[in-house]
Design a protein around this ligand. Structure first.
Ligand code: FES
Length: 108
């Protein structure tokens, strides 16, 4: 049984587009690659995520950050996103181990 990796959504709606989301995406890609998170999350563009008036929006599970931009995406990534992603990865690793152990216990 596969354990799916979660998605990090970046709003590509018109308000976020106008605020410069296309400057945020490459920085996020770079941070994801630099921290070898390609196997842990999928970066996806999204339709409007809701709070258009609060600046560029990213969403990861229940977590949502507004007012993101090229100027602060690194700060948001390290202070908020990375800990969440690492915690999720630890949980999924445990699930994979449990599934493997269960499958091994049933003869593969
Ligand atoms: S356009 Fe991005 S939150 Fe609405």
């Amino acid at each position: 049984m596969a354990v799916e990796k979660p998605s990090l959504f970046v709003c590509m709606g018109s308000a976020c587009h106008q605020r410069g989301v296309y400057d945020v995406v490459p920085k996020l890609r770079e941070l994801i690659a630099k921290h070898r998170l390609d196997a842990s999350i999928t970066l996806k563009g999204s339709f409007c995520l809701g709070p258009c008036t609060e600046g560029i929006v990213i969403q990861y599970g229940e977590y949502q950050a507004t007012g993101v931009g090229a100027h602060n995406i690194e700060e948001v990534f390290f202070a908020e996103l990375l800990p969440l992603i690492e915690a999720d990865e630890a949980t999924r690793r445990k699930m994979r181990e449990d599934i493997s152990a269960e499958e091994a216990g049933h003869g593969g």
